[in-house]
Design a binder for this molecule. Sequence first.
Ligand SMILES: Nc1nc2c(ncn2[C@@H]2O[C@H](COP(=O)(O)OP(=O)(O)OP(=O)(O)O)[C@@H](O)[C@H]2O)c(=O)[nH]1
Length: 184
Amino acid sequence: MAKKYDFLFKLLLIGDSGVGKTCLIIRFAEDNFNSTYISTIGIDFKVKTIEVEGKKVKLQVWDTAGQERFKTITTAYYRGAMGIILVYDITDEKSFENIQNWMKSIKENASSGVSRMLLGNKCDIEAKRKVSKETGEKLAKDHGIRFFETSAKSSINVEEVMEYIFKQIALKTECSTVVKRLAL
Ligand SMILES: Nc1nc2c(ncn2[C@@H]2O[C@H](COP(=O)(O)OP(=O)(O)OP(=O)(O)O)[C@@H](O)[C@H]2O)c(=O)[nH]1
């Protein structure tokens, strides 16, 4: 059967349980949001195909369970990822502190040179904020990676995040010529 895409990019979202990884992926892939919380069991993925100058780019976004008990399953998927998105919840300090552990997990399990970025999600609930934007920015800077505050609920910065990580990966692959030509 003929291949239905020209490029395949694999992304992975990691972070504590409940920070909004599934919701971010659903917002990106289906432009939808549901406030009912169903914790991810193990691993799941969604696909979105975008077209860049007549080339079909298939984005496969892997959603990992944040719960500790699934760690052995989820870390097995790090190796195949071209980009890893670390997520914390701006209303949950513990989820921010744990980013250090998730970073360690990337170091131990992912391919070296994998593109990374940091997201502070749920920025729509400013009243319950526990982690300032500056604190998030500083952590990202310390690790030399890009930072965004996002909201899967209010659709803030989700497209921008995907576009950024897409560009990062594209620059490291043969797709870079297409991206450069388009000046994306
Ligand atoms: N206000 C607000 N709530 C959000 C946002 N993103 C997710 N939520 C809510 O947070 C809860 C957890 O969201 P999930 O996307 O299931 O969290 P997760 O990180 O995938 O959790 P695990 O699967 O357990 O690892 C749900 O009740 C969502 O509705 C957001 O941007 N703003």
